[in-house]
Ligand binder design. Structure first.
Ligand SMILES: Nc1ncnc2c1ncn2[C@@H]1O[C@H](COP(=O)(O)OP(=O)(O)OP(=O)(O)O)[C@@H](O)[C@H]1O
Length: 233
């Protein structure tokens, strides 16, 4: 479904990505792991076309995305839940959900407000609350719901549970498991590896802008050296 190979990216003269390769198969949950500042957000930004890749390829079901403007990439089926949630503060929860809703790919059984509220019953209680008045957890649920309402083929989450209480975090993981069960592919950046071990099929570890390890949850569990060396865990 998504194949990234030899991806490089720069911020002005400074190179942030040197050689990123990763694959997300249809219906798979894949994590992107690495210590702070190693290039996880930049990798996601390059996939989404927010940062222009300077080399390498990013293919979605065979179609090259590198060099495309980000709105076209989004229309081809990549749904982003950005770091920091980026909820529209002056729109209500409901308006946030519908503002960017679409079904460009004519997906059967598309996501609707009702389906999002069934996934996150907390949001159903808050439909007329302004975005900036929602709690961190509600904002995160809304950011996920908003991305789902674009009916993507691949959902990408950057630090989806950052700053959330354990109980709220558990709700988010539970929802992601439900989303995975609908067959949607998911690429997720998060620091809570323990929670992700159960949810994810594969893990990709990056260090200083390079992919340095890839494998399954069982392989990562068994590879104490890689965990210590690349993740400090
Ligand atoms: N807008 C920017 N301009 C210049 N350099 C940047 C910019 N954003 C990130 N960088 C640099 O690129 C490198 C990778 O950063 P990135 O944010 O992708 O890492 P990360 O793995 O997502 O880290 P974190 O977990 O802290 O978010 C770092 O050296 C960072 O300083």
């Amino acid at each position: 479904m998504l194949e990234v190979a030899g991806l490089q990216a720069h911020y002005g003269p400074s190179q942030a990505l040197f050689d990123i390769s990763l694959q997300v198969g249809a219906g798979q949950v894949v994590t992107l792991l690495g210590r702070n500042g190693m290039g996880k957000t930049t990798t996601i930004s390059a996939i989404m076309g927010i940062v222009k890749p300077s080399a390498g390829s990013i293919r979605l079901e065979g179609q090259e995305l590198a060099g495309m403007p980000s709105h076209r990439i989004a229309n081809l089926g990549l749904g982003l839940v950005p770091e920091g949630r980026q909820i529209f503060p002056n729109l209500t929860a409901r308006e946030n959900l519908v503002a960017t809703a679409s079904n460009h790919l004519d997906q059967p059984d598309p996501w609707t407000e009702e389906r999002v509220y069934a996934l996150f019953p907390e949001l159903a209680e808050r439909t007329s609350s302004m975005g900036n008045l929602l709690s961190g957890g509600e904002q995160q649920m809304l950011a996920i719901g908003r991305a789902l309402m674009t009916n993507p083929r691949l959902l990408i989450l950057d630090e989806a549970t950052e700053g959330l209480a354990p109980l709220v975090r558990a709700k988010i993981w539970q929802a992601l498991a439900q989303i995975r069960d609908t067959g949607l592919s998911i690429l997720v950046v998060d620091k809570n590896l323990h929670d992700l071990m159960r949810l994810a099929d594969r893990h990709v570890v990056i260090q200083r802008g390079e992919t340095v390890w890839q494998g399954t949850s069982a392989e990562l569990e068994a590879d104490v050296v890689a965990r210590e060396r690349f993740l400090g865990l």
